[in-house]
Structures are given as structure tokens and as C-alpha cells.
Write a protein that binds this ligand. Sequence first.
Ligand code: GLN
Length: 480
Amino acid sequence: MDIPSLTIDQIREGLERRAFSAVELATEALRFAAAENPKTNAYLHFCPERALGAARRVDEKLARGEQAGPLAGVPVAVKDVICTQGVRTTCGSRLLARYVPPYDATAVSRLEAAGGVILGKANCDEFAMGSSTENSAFGPVRNPVAPDRVPGGSSGGSAAAVAQGTSVVALGSDTGGSIRQPASFCGVVGVTPTYGRVSRYGLVAFASSLDHIGPLARHVRDAALLLRIMAGRDEMDSTSALAPVADYGALLDGQVRGVRVGLPREYFQGLASETGDLIQRGVEVLRRLGCEIREISLPHTDYAIGCYYIICTAEASSNLARYDGVRYTLRSAEGETLLDMYRHTRGEGFGAECKRRIMLGTYVLSSGYYDAYYLKAQQVRTLIARDFSEAFREVDAIVTPVSPFPAFKLGEKLDDPLEMYLSDIYTITGDLAGIPCMSVPCGRTAAGLPVGMQILANHFDEAGMFRLAEAFERAGGPGA
Ligand code: GLN
């Protein structure tokens, strides 16, 4: 049992052959994860009781000759912004350091019902705000590929756990790139499904109109399976979609001949870098596989960063208003009046990035500025979404880089929030449009740093996106 390289298929076969039991696998996975975690700080805490309980249920079902589920025995890390009943859910914030949710997120209960084994909760930027996981109140995560570098963010703990092999798959959340960018920095697969594909029930809200839960894995096939299990309508989230969920795995046949792939001019301008070269080589692989490559234009791309940081801060300022020290954990002992108590609680509880966003968001929503900023940003968002709808009349998928550069050094961008925001340039448009998008490994730089290729598809066409990604992975990426 080679824990760091296990696939879901191998676990299924191992359990069927009785090579190991689910409890043996969970025990060994927990031991390995705890031993390796100090190298990265990918997990904030483990939940061995819950993991062993889930594994025991899998073994009992197998002993009775029943189906134990498509994820039977699979070790999973869950980003700590996703609620787990009875297991601390901190959102990487001092404010929620002791918060224990009384319920499970729908994504969590679905993956456990499918036999998944949750090992623990993954580190992340505070309330998922950031691109490096350096905004966690519980210390940054180190990139397992290059320990002096960030793993990306905000789902940096989830990506690091999968890359390090301390989980087989992981759940992340993405509002502006937080699954794809860390996946690209750590050299794993990360998927942001169509908005509404996966229920947000139990995902602690950052910017509700942009938030998604999605899978991270070492292989496209595993990510596709995890998504299929989590996806689909949920009564608890009125924005979850009724659209039928395909058996993505069954559709992965490596056949992409004739698939029309668009390269948006705006994303490749000025990309003279190792990242750009690797993506170009990746595109050549797709061409060799029979894809028809076309240049396209997404003319409103330039406005995406401004638009995103207005909408996400506005929604964050309203979502974070609930942390007032009355209903959730941390409450400051300071303050004579109720208002003082609020001020002290929020002053002590929130980190700098959350405060910055609350202030920005409150400003863009305030009377007199609402029309000039928030409303305008909503209009621009519609134009960006329309760019994509028009592009998808000509092409089946769009390919771009995930990030302008590979993993940067810890601390390198910490003093310059604007620089950090600009690094999201290629990922936020997909969230603004609500379309499915993913990062698939696309080789490494000369220094050995992973680079991810982004694939975007039309609303609810996860199947087409996975098919292209898996064919690319099968072909060996640009290294082939
Ligand atoms: N880096 C982006 C931000 O800081 C995206 C975060 C996310 O997707 N959760 O807002």
C-alpha cells in the first residue's frame, strides 16, 4: 500500500481483493498524514474518530456483501471553510478557532455516503480570501514541491495534501481561482464546476454569487468521480442546479479528435515566459490529438479584476457581518457597550486581509457609491459572461494559463495586496461567468515548479471539459 500514490481505482481493487481493509487503510493514511504534515502544515486538524468510524462502516458493508459506494475507503481532506458536524471548522480565522458546526455540508455528507473517509480539515486563507494561503491565522502552508514557496491559495492546504500524498483527493472552494491556482502551483488537478453544480449548503460564505465547492485530485479520473458524487440538486441550496449529472468517468475515452479549442488572444498577450512556453507546448499536444485550435477574443477581459474585487468585497462585507461575537465563538472581553464589544471582537478576530475586504466592500455598497461601483461591476460581469457565451458558439472549450507565473516564494507578495490580486487575472473570469473550469498539470519549469493549464467549458459541460483534460493527461502533457 503506497499511500502517497494511491488512486481511487487501486483502493477499490485492494478492498475487493481483501489486500487491506478500509480500517487498515484509514489507520495507515492517518499515521502517514500526521507524520508528514509538519513539512507543509496542510492540515489544520485531523478527525481520526470520524475517519475510523466511516472506514468501519465500509468494512461492515463489504463483510455483508453489500456495495460500499464508489468512494469506499478513499481518504479525503476537506478545506476548513466547509462544515463538518462535530469537527472544528475554523475558516483559517481566529474568530472561528473553536467553532464546531452542528451539521455537515451537503458535499461532505454525500461523499461520506459514498464511502469516503475524511481524515481532517485543510488549511486555507482566512475565509478563503487570498492566493497563497499566507492569510491563514494558523500559519502558512508550504508547497510540497518546493518548501520555500507558497502552495497557492486559498485552497492551499487541500492542494498540498493531495500533492504530498497525505490525502488521495480533497475538497476545495473557489470564488476567484482558489481551487485551480493552488492545483496549478502544486502540480495536481483542480476543478471549479459550473456555478450551482455542487450545493453550497455548509460552505461558509465568502462571496455567495461566486462561491463553488470543487474537487482536487492527482488524476482527472479521480476528480471527475468526486465531482459526480457531490453534484446535483440539493433542497438545502436554492441556487443548486437541477441539471442532470453525467457519469463523467464513463465518458473518458481519450477521443478528442475534432474538438474545437479556443485560445483567447487577451490571455496570451505578453505571456513571454516559461509558463507561456509550457502552455503553448500543451496546446501543441492538443493539436496532435486532433483538436482544432482557433484564436478567439474575450474582449472584456481587461475589466475582470476590477469587476471581481468590487463584487467579491461587497458580498464579503455583508456575509462577514454575522461574526459579531454574539452568535459564534470568539467574543472579546473588552468593551463597555454592545457596540464596543462588536468592535473589539472584530478587531481582534479578523486578520488584515478580511478587514481590507470588509472596508472595500462597505465602501462600494455605500449610498452614492453603489451605482458607481457595485451596480457598474454587475453590468460588467454580464458583459464578461456574454464574451464566453459568444465564444462557445465557435469553440467547444477554451484553453489558457492558470496563473501568469509558477509558485512564488513565501512572503514575496505579502506586502503588496494589489500585486496579489493581479495574480488572479486568468482565473476570475470563469467564476464571474459561472462556467466550469479546471487546472490540469502542464509540465514543470526548469526549476522544477509545476505549471497548470486551464480548460474552460460552457455551462454544465463538465463532461466535455474532463474528456479534454483526461486525453491531455493520457498523452503525458507537454513532456510527451
Ligand atoms: N485569490 C482570490 C481572492 O483572494 C480568489 C479567492 C478564492 O477563490 N476564494 O479573492
